[in-house]
Design a protein around this ligand. Structure first.
Ligand SMILES: Nc1ncnc2c1ncn2[C@@H]1O[C@H](COP(=O)(O)OP(=O)(O)OP(=O)(O)O)[C@@H](O)[C@H]1O
Length: 617
């Protein structure tokens, strides 16, 4: 079972520059986002709508309650006008109380319906973002490692949290308000036309002004909102890297540099944030100004008409109320369009990930599922580069018989890890072929292939959770007895039973409460439990003490028994009895043979061996 790696990027070696200094989102490779043509806002909205529309019944309830509350709001001013013209002006008391009670009843009902609308809409929008978050996380699990090489963790987290949160906030308000505004607009217009046509025409002067201003402002706000989200992603990425690399930051006393770099990213975010807020904040005052001007104009003209007996005071009061109601939805529509820009910006960043190809997309539905694997592995003229422009492996060919132990040695950066990365199809080869038991891995189902290949990485990765859960990650249906048996075979049992909580000890994030060697033993136990036919071992002997090293070596030997194993060896002492040693140099197999054959050949291996065991020769 392949172990999850945090990323495909080789872990920082602790050089003079902390890992977070140069790396940001983006970089070379074909899996980069944000380079695609900017999506049309309407296409994004349509996609967002398809998510929202999955809550059909909730939405229908929202529509009905919105229509009801809007109609109730439309009836109010009509009744006020009626009260003035029929009761107050003629000084008539009979029936006035009933009208007042009717008005109170209608407003109470209006509030109740609004509450239902808010309640249901909150559920609808929350479920929508729940699905969005689920689909995004699901997508992350299906993207090839290449994607994670070029995007940093914090930035991806930002998409899952901030961007989706933005969508949620906007959806919650916009859907109901948009509908409400449209109904109010249409309703007010119809009633106003009925009340007074010329005054209605005066009210409509503001519409083109509002439309023009909204169009201008929203275009700019969407750009700034998206930029704000991008900068926030960058900021989160930087925080994540700096916190993961705290040890190195402290060791190299780079706190001031890190703070300074953070400050620079923070300022950029602040700059864009201010712009986004200022521009979007313009909408309210601009709309209010237009509406107030139009209100004053109607009041003046209407007042003049009432003085001259062209219409009644009640009608003018009703009309003024409607003209306010007519102006409000226009302002709100403008505001909602503006707010929607933030949702669109967030959704665009989420959909960008959705549009990436998963690593299973090219896989044919007839891809072979492996049953039992003997473990015969053959590399045939394999060439590969992470980036097509820089080939890393060149024409690599070798063969391993079932149960063989193949050691890969050679200088750093020669391509040893790359060779094993290809065996699990973490990356696809450019040329040549890799066959397991005579069948090309290209034709195999990836999951099935990976279930036959176990990896124990140098950078032993454990999850937060109990020790038992961590070992069981190798095979989810394993019983407690099987988990413990695997731990015993891996020599991990000794340290586990000495812990106060034993197998139920909870490991902190990334296993920081146990030692590196212990983490390694756990990952060996995990691989034993998974029982793969083929094994990849990235030897980690440098960071553990001699006793632990002995335990790790012993456990690895147990693990390798009866399996085809590929061992990336850093110390040559451990691989002398390998069936074949491949000396990798500059992406090619420079030499291959047994330990003795290679010593006799007096080539690269001999040189390396001599430098490590000068006295032994
Ligand atoms: N994910 C990646 N994206 C791009 N280039 C990579 C990636 N991983 C490795 N490389 C490059 O590929 C080359 C081979 O790296 P690889 O990790 O296979 O070397 P290695 O022999 O395992 O080295 P080491 O002994 O230091 O682990 C190096 O030049 C490295 O920079």
């Amino acid at each position: 079972m392949p172990q999850p790696t945090k990323s495909g990027i080789p872990s920082p070696s602790g050089g003079g520059v902390p890992p977070m200094m140069g790396r940001g989102p983006g970089g070379p490779g074909p899996m980069i986002m944000n380079k695609a043509k900017p999506k049309q806002a309407s296409a994004t909205l349509k996609r967002l709508w398809s998510y929202l529309n999955r809550q059909r019944w909730g939405l229908i309830t929202v529509y009905i309650s919105t229509i009801l509350s809007s109609v109730i709001a439309l009836i109010g001013p009509f009744l006020i006008g009626k009260a003035i013209d029929q009761f107050i002006m003629p000084n008539k008391h009979e029936g006035f109380l009933s009208l007042c009670l009717l008005m109170i009843g209608i407003y109470v009902l209006g509030s109740l319906v609004s509450w239902v609308q808010v309640y249901v809409m909150t559920g609808v929008s929350q479920r929508t973002v729940l699905e969005l978050r689920h689909d995004l996380f699901d997508k992350y699990q299906q993207l090839p490692l290449r994607f994670f090489d070029t995007h940093n963790t914090g930035e991806l987290m930002s998409r899952t949290t901030n961007d989706i949160e933005n969508v949620s906030n906007s959806l919650n308000q916009s859907v109901t308000q948009l509908l409400n505004s449209l109904i109010m607009l249409a309703g007010s217009l119809v009633i106003m036309l009925k009340l007074n046509v010329s005054l209605t025409l005066v009210s409509m002067i503001s519409i083109p002004l509002v439309l023009l201003a909204t169009k201008r402002i929203t275009r700019v706000t969407r750009k700034y909102f998206k930029s704000q989200q991008q900068h926030l992603g960058e900021l989160n990425g930087y925080i994540e890297e700096t916190i993961s690399g705290q040890k190195i930051v402290k060791l190299f006393r780079r706190e001031p540099v890190v703070i300074q770099q953070f400050q620079s990213i923070n300022r950029n975010l602040n700059r864009v944030g201010i712009k986004a807020q200022i521009v979007s904040g313009l909408v309210g005052p601009v709309m209010n100004m237009v509406n107030n001007l139009s209100f004053a104009l109607i009041a003046a003209i209407g007042g003049w008409m009432a003085f001259n007996g062209h219409t009644s005071v009640g009608i003018i009061v009703s009309f003024l109320n409607y003209s306010k109601q007519f102006g409000r939805p226009i302002t709100e529509l403008a505001n909602q369009f503006n707010l929607m820009q933030s949702a669109i910006a967030g959704a665009e960043r989420v959909f960008e990930v959705f549009d990436l190809k998963t690593e299973y997309e090219d896989q044919s539905s007839h891809a072979a599922k492996l049953d039992t694997v003997q473990g015969h592995v053959e590399f045939q003229q394999v060439s590969f580069g992470y980036n097509p422009a820089t080939p890393i492996l060149k024409q690599v060919s070798f063969e391993a018989a079932p149960g063989d132990m193949i050691a890969l040695v050679g200088p750093t950066g020669a391509g040893k890890t790359t060779i094993v990365n290809l065996l699990t199809r973490f990356y696809e080869i450019d040329e040549g072929d890799i066959c397991i038991d005579g069948q090309s891995i290209k034709e195999m189902d990836k999951n099935s292939l990976r279930s036959k290949v176990g990896i124990v990485l140098q950078d032993a990765y454990v999850f937060s959770g109990s020790i038992r859960e961590n070992i069981r990650f190798g095979r989810l249906d394993a019983t407690d007895q099987e988990v413990e048996a695997a731990a015993r075979l891996a020599n991990a049992d000794r340290f586990i039973i000495r812990l106060p909580e034993g197998y139920d000890t909870i490991l902190a994030a990334e296993g920081s409460n146990i030692s590196h060697g212990q983490r390694q033993l756990l990952t060996i136990a995990r691989a034993i439990l998974a029982d793969p036919a083929i094994l990849i071992l990235d030897e980690a002997t440098s960071s553990v003490d001699t006793r632990t090293e002995m335990h790790v070596q012993e456990a690895m030997k147990t693990l390798m028994k009866g399996r085809t194993s590929f061992v990336i060896a850093h110390r040559l002492s451990t691989i002398q009895d390998a069936d074949r040693i491949l000396f990798i140099r500059d992406g090619r197999i420079a030499e291959q043979g047994s330990h003795h054959e290679l010593l006799e050949a007096k080539g690269y291996y001999y040189e390396l061996y001599s430098s490590q065991f000068q006295r032994a020769i």
